[in-house]
Design a protein around this ligand. Structure first.
Ligand code: ATP
Ligand code: MG
Length: 332
């Protein structure tokens, strides 16, 4: 079974429908075929200067949502990045073989630092991709599911692995991008040509996993559509209606063509009502289960501790090998 690693940042108290369909449901099925490790990358989230109380709450909430969606801790290691110190230790070593110019060419850094200005840009934001490389290389992950926005960072990870291996001898597995079979990309309900995003969508444009069903139904009722009144899938001409159809189809398993026939001659009100039912039918239980998990923080923390033990065992071994190869004297 190929080893696979993935994670999300705890940058919000709730994941959204895009995270659920684009990542979580995929993670759950990948457990069948892969030796998977799923982490909450809390150290990465420090790059957005979160409030400490919010960070603590969001880290547990993110882990709880992984579990509620079906990540099974008896099969996959579920852990918080900060519980495995080797991430930071390997990141330092890798930063010493990363070119300053090479890191400066990362487009995510260029975009974010341009927005924040030189004074608002931290060194952490600059070295973020090096920490991400450490996350991956510690576990000999053969495959890493990455969205388009992380592709360049994975390329850097591959380059660092190859560079290290060339200089110090075979050490790291060079990871491949895992290309998912066609996951639903979910668009913003208010701006259906932009992707639904934790940080750039307006609250009305996002379906949050932790929203009450009535709130979700209201957001879907107010989703932007068009004026021609025909329920038909056409991303270019009808992005709003197409988004609703794609969401329905991904969650209900009904083919889009069958949905078009079922809604022939009916209005957008009917479509929205049914989409809301399908969405709340799926997310409602996930939200409830998340609440139950959060109501018992001791059990949740025990699951995270167990995941960290498994992760530390693998990561510690890799780090020891690295320290030895680069010439650090090992303690007795
Ligand atoms: P941010 O705005 O902070 O980047 P995000 O909403 O883009 O947050 P991420 O934490 O970057 O969420 O992504 C977590 C996972 O969810 C990734 O695997 C990503 O590909 C997936 N994902 C994010 N948004 C969507 C979306 N709208 N549709 C499908 N998948 C998505
Ligand atoms: Mg993103």
């Amino acid at each position: 079974r190929p080893r696979l690693l993935s994670g999300m940042q705890p940058t919000s108290g709730s994941l959204h429908l895009g995270n659920y369909l684009g990542a979580l449901t995929q993670w759950v099925s990948l457990q069948e075929t892969h030796d998977a490790l799923y982490c909450v990358v809390d150290l990465h989230a420090l790059t957005v200067s979160p409030d400490p109380a919010a960070l603590r709450e969001r880290s547990r909430a993110t882990a709880a949502q992984y579990l509620a969606a079906g990540v099974d801790p008896s099969r996959s290691a579920l852990f918080l990045q900060s519980h495995v110190p080797a991430h930071v230790e390997l990141a330092w070593v890798l930063s010493c073989i990363t070119g300053y110019g090479e890191a400066g060419r990362m487009t995510q850094f260029k975009d974010k630092s341009a927005k924040q200005g030189a004074e608002g840009t931290t060194v952490g934001l600059f070295t973020y991709p090096v920490l991400m490389a450490a996350d991956i290389l510690l576990y000999d992950a053969a495959e890493v599911p990455v969205g388009e926005d992380q592709r360049q960072h994975l390329e850097l990870t591959r380059n660092l692995a190859q560079r290290f291996n060339a200089r110090f001898g075979p050490t790291f597995v060079v990871p491949e991008a895992y290309i998912p079979k066609e996951t639903a990309k979910v668009f913003d309900l208010q701006d259906p040509t932009a992707k639904m995003s934790k940080t750039s969508s307006s609250p009305k444009g996002i379906v949050d996993v932790m929203d009450e069903s009535s709130v979700t139904a209201k957001k879907i009722r107010s989703a932007v559509t068009d004026t021609d009144g025909v329920v038909r899938f056409d991303r270019a001409e009808k992005p709003g209606v197409s988004n609703l159809l794609a969401i329905h189809s991904a969650l209900s398993g009904t083919a889009i063509a069958d949905l078009e026939s079922a809604f022939a001659g009916r209005g957008y009100g009917d479509l929205k009502k049914e989409v809301a039912e399908v969405v709340t039918g799926v997310l409602g239980p996930v939200r409830e289960r998340t609440r139950e998990l959060l109501a018992d923080p001791d059990s949740l923390d025990e699951i995270l501790a167990e995941g960290a033990r498994r992760a530390n065992a693998i990561a510690g071994e890799t780090l020891a090998k690295v320290y030895d190869k680069i010439g650090l004297v090992r303690p007795r």
